[in-house]
Design a protein around this ligand. Structure first.
Ligand code: 6GU
Length: 274
């Protein structure tokens, strides 16, 4: 996979040379190229920002350096480009929330490009212009909080995507077991334990040492359901009741959830007093 990143803070991306991602780059599985936006300015001060039309606090990134920088990226496709060009990812707190499902989609692409805004973001015409040229532009957010710029989002998205590429993570089965994996219905992962069996007065749940694989699987499923209900009830709205056993339904009912009639689960209607 080829990944181009345009930024004014290339040093921010140094962690992408470490660990599994660094090794994937060294092995040629990931061709990650960082480009300095300021190389595409034409004034003596290498200016990338200016004040917003309409007033307000803060500075916006000017469109001209972005146009030149992104044109240069688009003009240099990787051999694997299918003619559709890259998916252009624009990190922004105003974007769609980045999810594991999006990571899976992006991992199937041969080419991604990132436009990292700083300050209050990038002049809105940049995304509009590349969309009009047929580029698949996706504005993505990490969640409901504000960061200073898109570089941390690049670290997050590249790590989430690259570890799905064949050969990057050693054990492919571990990918399927994780929290948010579709194979586990998008539930949070159950708690996990290793040796010693007793630590500071805390014992590993006995069922995990029972050797009864069916009982272990049922315990893990129940813990995953309870955890998700307590911590991320929003995820239950996307849990298909058709994929739930009677035992699952009982656990969810204990946690206060019932099928919502819309293909998921929601808070159970309170029992009406007679
Ligand atoms: Cl992608 N960018 C910025 N600046 N803030 C964010 C974000 C992205 N995601 C959450 N907050």
């Amino acid at each position: 996979m080829r990944v181009d990143v345009v930024t004014i803070f290339g040093e921010y991306l140094a962690p992408l040379s470490l660990s599994l991602i660094g090794r994937a780059r060294a092995q040629g599985l990931l061709d990650l190229r960082v480009h300095d936006l300021r190389e595409h300015t034409r004034d003596r001060h290498r200016t990338v920002d200016d004040t917003p039309y309409g007033g307000g606090a803060g500075l916006l990134m000017k469109p001209e350096p972005w146009g030149e920088a992104l044109d240069a990226v688009l003009a240099d496709p990787p051999p694997a480009d299918d003619g559709r060009g890259p998916v252009l990812l624009v990190p922004s707190p105003a974007g769609e929330v980045f999810t594991q499902a999006a990571a899976v989609e992006l991992a199937a692409e041969p080419w991604l490009a990132f436009a990292c805004g700083r300050y209050e973001g990038i002049d809105a015409r940049v995304a509009e212009h590349y969309r009009a040229r047929g580029v698949r532009v996706r504005e993505v957010s990490l969640g409901d909080y504000v960061l200073n710029g898109g570089e941390v989002a690049v670290l997050v998205v590249v790590e989430a995507v690259a570890r799905l590429l064949p050969g990057v993570v050693g054990n492919a089965a571990s990918l399927a077991e994780e929290s948010h994996a579709a194979e586990h219905d998008g539930l949070l992962e159950h708690p996990a334990y290793t040796k010693p069996a007793s630590w500071r007065g805390l014992d590993v749940p006995a069922v995990l040492s029972s050797g009864d694989h069916g009982a272990v699987a049922r315990w893990r499923r129940e813990e995953a359901l309870r955890r998700t209900a307590r911590r991320r009830p929003d995820l239950l709205a996307r849990l298909d009741p058709a994929r739930c056993s009677g035992a699952d339904l009982r656990v969810l009912a204990e946690e206060g959830f019932a099928p919502d009639g819309a293909g998921g689960f929601g808070p159970a209607a309170p029992a009406v007093a007679h």
